[in-house]
Design a protein around this ligand. Sequence first.
Ligand code: GLN
Length: 531
Amino acid sequence: MSGVGKGVTSSSIALCLQARGLNVTAMKIDPYINVDAGTMNPTEHGECFVLKDGLETDQDMGNYERFLNVDLPAINYMTTGSVYLSVIEKERNLGYKGRNVEVVPDIPLEVIRRIKLAGAQAMADVVLVEVGGTVGEYQGVLFLEAVRMMKSETPDDVGVVMVSYLPVPGSIGEMKTKPTQTAVRSLNSAGVFADMIVARSPIGVDEKRKDKIAKFCNVLPENVISAPDVDSIYDIPLNFEKDEISLRLCKILNMRHKRSADLSAWKRFAKRSKNGTDTVKIAVVGKYFNSGDFLLSDVYLSVLESIKYSAYHLGLTPDISYLSAQSFEDKKQLQSLKKYDGILVPGGFGTSGIDGKLNVIEYARKQQIPYFGICYGMQLMVLEYARNVLKMRNSSTEEIDPTAKDLVIGVMDEQKKLLKDKAMGGTMRLGQYPATLKKGSLAHKAYKSDLIFERHRHRYEVNPQYIDKLTEGGLHFTGKSPDGTLMEIAELSKHDHPFFLAVQFHPELQARPLDPHPLFTAFVKASYESK
Ligand code: GLN
């Protein structure tokens, strides 16, 4: 079932296997027709996570990268749309040598080909594949068929883990196993049999219920893993190992593990996350927080995680507030920002919320509150500076107002034709690119390096025609593409502001629990010091 934490469960399982000295890679299958996650509305689908090689994927890929502390390649992510596209392209290229191409087996075979290729590319001992959606859903059938085919071909090499939810209805206060029994039947009707059940529930599963689940669901009692709700997702792998999940999985997969599970580094991190000596208050001002009556923080998941990792690393407890940009269109509301130690404006698209964000950035600049802008957060920081400091009142970004006199943010040359042709899917400047840093800058001090590699996702850039003017006006471009044409980092000198820095790329995509991102650490540190 979606929403029960399948992504974090998968990431945790992968980490536990890695802790046994195995080389683990992780894949996500999303059952929708969209070829990638780049064209989906973030309020509906959550964050779009960009891989190193530029594929726009689901946020679970970010969880895998963060838990495993590895970069994953594009082959590790697939959707129904991308699988069909490959099969149809292959057919058009006579790749099937004139035979009938059928939904079954050709679609599952393409799924299996990708899984094997991902394993081979990573030289993995184990490939963990998360099948998105819920058992019994029409759109997941072909993926389950792929699982069935793989398992019947090499039964000793494939293990099936079902993540199931066991409710504890408030009225009776007892854990109910029936929905899991029904789900198992539904899985069985697809010809797939679970080897392990991860029992997600508000509370832990006791031995009695483990036995019951085992008996009714056809798994060994020791292969029922208790997965109660936890305060911190970082505790999940540690909880799983209490039930020796990695050992159980090695048995299921007939694999020799290389050592006993060593989660010591992770344990230290999980402990640090609870032991902050002081608090740092950060406001994240975005526009995708509200969905009906619900507040969604998933849209900026990587940003929030990145703040946390850096705060933990500094021995601090992050207190993060999600503020809706629209509420700052009224300048009177800006006073409420006083209580924050630092303000972050993450990436975004389109017109809504822009005026609020510009007001917030102006406030942070004038009030000397540390500011960190990411992607749109950099473009708007440049725009705010042009309008309010350089008095270019008619300046704008081409994304909002293409007719403005001074387009300080313009569409990148290579994007012009794409926009005209409405070729929007997977066509932004995506993935990892290098940038060179200016010595002595805040950025250089943070990275301690002249050359960096960061992931991107944008169509617009600082307009090269205005760079001299902005620089003369005091806004310094301290990170640039190696050929010097594309502005990657902008900052004010320490003399003018304690920390006013923004980046065109997405540093949050490379922050890891065991390896926090240097810019986030610099921002959180500056925020704390300005308290
Ligand atoms: N909308 C801006 C662009 O396309 C910024 C994108 C982002 O923040 N990811 O360039």
